[in-house]
Design a protein. Structure first.
Length: 88
């Protein structure tokens, strides 16, 4: 897998572009990632770590992307929206 991106070519946001949570650029608990820890995300998973294919998102968002399908995330969001409206 290609790895041609340099440190300078990476945008280092203060907040996760997917979840909006503030990113923690330090190590997690005893070296483990925390939900707000930074994580490299390949936009197109068939490509490597190359310019224009890498972004920084939260560890939490990257886990959600890697373990849930779009359909599962949509169903979850719809369910949560219904609960929010019910509890309002």
């Amino acid at each position: 897998m290609a790895f041609t991106i340099s440190f300078e070519e990476i945008e280092w946001p203060t907040h996760c572009p997917l979840l909006g949570i503030e990113l923690n650029y330090g190590l997690g608990n005893k070296g483990y990632s925390l939900p707000a820890s930074q994580s490299f995300d390949r936009i197109d998973s068939t490509l490597g770590y190359i310019p224009d294919n890498v972004r920084i998102i939260s560890h939490k968002a990257n886990q959600m992307k890697s373990t849930a399908s779009v359909g599962e995330l949509m169903r979850l969001a719809c369910h949560l929206k219904i609960l929010e409206e019910y509890n309002a």
